[in-house]
Each structure stands twice: as C-alpha cells, then as structure tokens.
Design a protein around this ligand. Structure first.
Ligand SMILES: [Zn+2]
Ligand SMILES: [Zn+2]
Length: 283
C-alpha cells in the first residue's frame, strides 16, 4: 500500500473516524500501521478499528472468516485475539505520536444472534461495539454477487419493512453502541428498485428512534455512500436530522474505509452533522 502517502490533511482538529476495516477483515487491505499512518496524514485525532465479525451459521456471505496475517480463519473469539492484541499495541505506539487508537468490532447481525453477540462483546474490553446489518433473511444485500438474490424475493415495501424490523430488533437488544450504516440497502436497492425509497422507510422511523433512545443506541454517519455512487450518507441527511430532533444520539463519523486512503473520507462536510469534532455542533 502506498496510495495513502498522498493524503491531504483534514482542515480541522479533533476529527475521529469510528468505522475502519484493516486487513483482519477479509474484504479490506492495509495493515493497522498503514491505517494509523494514513490517519496521522489526515490529521485525525482518533481512529477506531471495527473489524467484521460475521458468524451467521446459515448466512451465505463471505464464509464467516477473519484474516490473520493473510491467512483466512473461521470467525471465533479465539481467532479474534491477534486482532485485539495488534490494536492494543498500536494504541500504545501511536499515542506517543498524538493519535488515539480504539478497539471496536462490527458484529454482523443475524436472527437470534443476541447470545452470541453478548459472548463476543464480553470476551474483550471493546471501546466500541457496532451492529452491522448486511443480510435480510440470511442473504447479503450489500455484496455485488448476492444482492439480486436477496432483493428478488421482495417488493420494495417488503424489503424495507424487513430491513427496519431487523434494525429495530438490533436496537432493542441494547447490545450495541451504534447501528452501523442505517439504510445500507440503498447501496444496491437504488438501482434495483426504480421507485422512491424515501416513502418506503417512513412507517418505521418513529419506532426505531424510540428504541434507539430507550436502549441508548446511537447512529453513525457513514460516509461510504459517496464512494458507492449513491450520493448520500448512510443514513441520508433527512433521516439523520429527524433522528437528532427525536433525541437519538448521532455520535460518530465513520468512513467505513477498507483501504488506508479512505480514512476520514468526506469528513470536512460530514463533520457539521456530529458533535464530536471541533467544527461540529453540540445539540
Ligand atoms: Zn458494514
Ligand atoms: Zn464496516
């Protein structure tokens, strides 16, 4: 990896990227060190690694794997240890250079995963525990190779209903700091369903917001949508503003970087929507 050498600094202090995949995620490239160096080049104050933890026993996506030094291993608490140790080491090393490094995990939601998620959460002292909803009824809607198979089963209304029912369940569990990239189905649904997606989520927002508030679960602003060509954050700004007005805590920006050069992606603009940066607005 050398592309991140050219990164420009973000022009404000205190920016934090709370959604970052290093090469322990099988779909990401770049070592923990390379991400930390990229974060320093971008002038970030803090970076939180959020490796994928996918373990749906009947899921069809990417084989429930963790990559350890390039070798694919089955996702398990045991196989997560090298990741946890490496992030902790980086936290010590980069603290001396002014970068705070946090330990997070993106747990891939599946039906009845609560007990499993709780065990994983309890196994390590995570700073941040994200819920990644990537599947509807066990088929991934955000991989190029599977999204059609997922969407073929539903009308737009059915798909969105199932997605939000899942998000509400994940929020109700109270297990997670944040529901990652809410409205992520947009990534492929925008082209698949040639209809207005805004009306489809409308019936579920109020119930979801109530649940998020009750369980003190936050939402992130995930900037990856502007790399995916859908020209919006996950979730979109209308949802973010309504969530904030309803009392939901919108806490962190996440680039969802899977390459070091995407650290802090689009944060100059996104920062105005969160309170955790110097340019952000506290509600
Ligand atoms: Zn995700
Ligand atoms: Zn992610």
């Amino acid at each position: 990896m050398s592309d991140f050498q050219e990164l420009e600094p973000i022009h404000f202090e205190g920016a934090m990227d709370y959604h970052v995949h290093c090469d322990y995620s099988i779909d990401a490239v770049g070592t923990i060190d390379e991400y930390c160096e990229a974060a320093l080049k971008r002038n970030l104050a803090e970076i939180c690694f959020t490796t994928h933890y996918d373990c749906n026993p009947v899921g069809d996506c990417q084989g429930n794997l963790i990559s350890i030094k390039g070798e694919h291993k089955t996702t398990s608490i045991e196989n997560l240890k090298p990741y946890v140790e490496d992030v902790r080491k980086a936290a010590e090393k980069y603290n001396l250079r002014g970068l705070s490094v946090k330990l997070g995990l993106e747990f891939g939601w599946f039906d009845n995963c609560q007990e499993t998620a709780q065990k994983v959460k309890d196994a390590f002292a995570f700073d941040y525990f994200l819920c990644g909803i990537h599947e509807i009824e066990n088929i991934c809607f955000c991989c190029r190779s599977t999204y059609q198979k997922c969407f073929d089963r539903y009308s737009l209304e059915q798909m969105v209903e199932k997605y939000f029912q899942t998000a509400i369940k994940a929020s109700d569990s109270g297990l997670f700091d944040t529901i990652a990239h809410l409205e992520y189905y947009i990534k492929y649904a925008k082209n698949y369903y040639k209809e207005n997606l805004d009306n489809a989520y409308e019936p579920y927002l109020e119930e979801l917001f109530k649940s998020l508030i009750a369980t003190e679960t936050t939402l992130e602003i995930n900037t990856a949508g502007y790399r995916h060509g859908v020209n919006q954050y996950y979730p979109n700004i209308k949802i973010i503003n309504r969530a904030k007005k309803a009392g939901v805590h919108v806490q962190f920006l996440g680039s969802d970087a899977h390459r070091p050069q995407d650290i802090g992606f689009d944060f100059e603009i996104a920062a105005s929507f969160v309170p955790n940066t110097i340019t952000g607005t506290e509600e």
